[in-house]
Design a protein around this ligand. Structure first.
Ligand code: NAD
Ligand code: ZN
Length: 271
């Protein structure tokens, strides 16, 4: 079993960085799992090819159909014990706590994590914005578009709701695509790295390490002396890095089981 005893009470700030794995047990498929593929027309794509600005420019209807379906899946999903354990952790550490998530599913907010202690560094699938950046504000995806089935094409009615109220261009999902860059305004790029440089414990949950900012956060935090704990059933770049940090560990298992145990241990010590 795991050596929870070796995990010592953090004296400074705690950052939790989550990826698709924490929501897998809420029924939201990860990108690199078996349900990751997607068919558009006669081609089968990996999400890494679909979740791109260049694919959106070529075929906004197909990309919107895919996002409306994923939006419907996220809407139906409920936060699990892993999300709830992080609400508990925030309660104990208050302003010393920050949750950085790559997930666009909104489950951390719905579980009860405070908005001001949550950075959604890849956006949130419930919102859309103007694809021409005309300055129109972010808007929620209209309720009438929240029930799309897998593989169902976009209707002309739906398309009509997906145009900017200010300039008439297509709106786009408020997410960071694989061929786009992080920024501070939408994705808290600089703030994430600043906070990483000043944390003493970094807990990484359910992420494969294939995206850029999470890797930079982990390197920044560990170079500054933070302990790294990685929760993931599989080996990944963070599990190796964890072992190079003081008392760092790879907890190989599911986040809904391991996070409540870890949080209980950390919370017990802070009181
Ligand atoms: P990923 O799909 O690349 O990797 C998921 C990781 O979770 C894997 O390492 C896997 O071993 C691990 N995992 C699987 N089940 C787990 C469990 N029960 N407990 C703990 N870990 C588990 O996901 P990623 O690294 O987050 O990157 C994918 C990108 O796709 C991100 O940009 C993210 O925004 C996006 N995405 C988001 C969602 C979501 O919002 N829920 C879902 C799919 C993809
Ligand atoms: Zn516009």
């Amino acid at each position: 079993m795991f050596n929870f005893k070796a995990i010592s009470h953090p004296t400074g700030n705690v950052i939790v960085l989550t990826g698709a794995g924490i929501s897998a047990e809420s029924g939201i498929p990860t990108f690199r799992g078996p349900e990751g593929y997607w068919t558009v027309g006669s081609h089968v794509y990996q999400p890494q090819e679909l979740a791109t600005w260049s694919m959106f420019q070529r075929n906004p209807e197909a990309i919107w159909a895919w996002y409306l379906y994923r939006h419907a899946v996220c809407n139906r999903a409920e936060p699990n014990k892993g999300h709830l354990a992080l609400v508990d952790l925030e309660r104990h550490f208050q302003d010393r706590f920050l949750l950085i998530t790559q997930n666009v599913d909104g489950l951390h907010r719905r579980a009860g994590t405070s908005d001001d202690r949550l950075y959604e560094i890849h956006g949130n699938i419930r919102y859309m914005r103007c694809s021409k950046q005309c300055g129109a504000p972010l808007t929620s995806i209209p309720d009438e578009l929240s029930d799309k089935a897998r593989g169902e094409p976009l209707t002309s009615d739906e398309a009509a709701h997906l145009h900017c109220i200010q300039c008439g261009a297509w709106t786009r999902p408020h997410v960071l695509w694989f061929d786009e860059y992080y920024d501070e305004e939408h994705f808290r790029f600089h703030s994430s790295l600043e906070r990483a440089a000043a944390c003493s414990l970094l807990i990484i949950v359910g992420t494969s390490g294939a995206t850029n900012l999470p890797m930079q956060i982990a390197i920044t935090a560990t170079r500054a002396g933070a302990t790294l704990i990685d929760i993931n059933p599989d080996e990944n770049p963070f599990s190796e890095l964890a072992l190079q940090t003081k008392n760092g560990q790879h907890l190989a298992g599911n986040s809904s089981e391991l996070l409540p145990l870890l949080v209980e241990k950390l919370a017990r010590e802070v009181n």
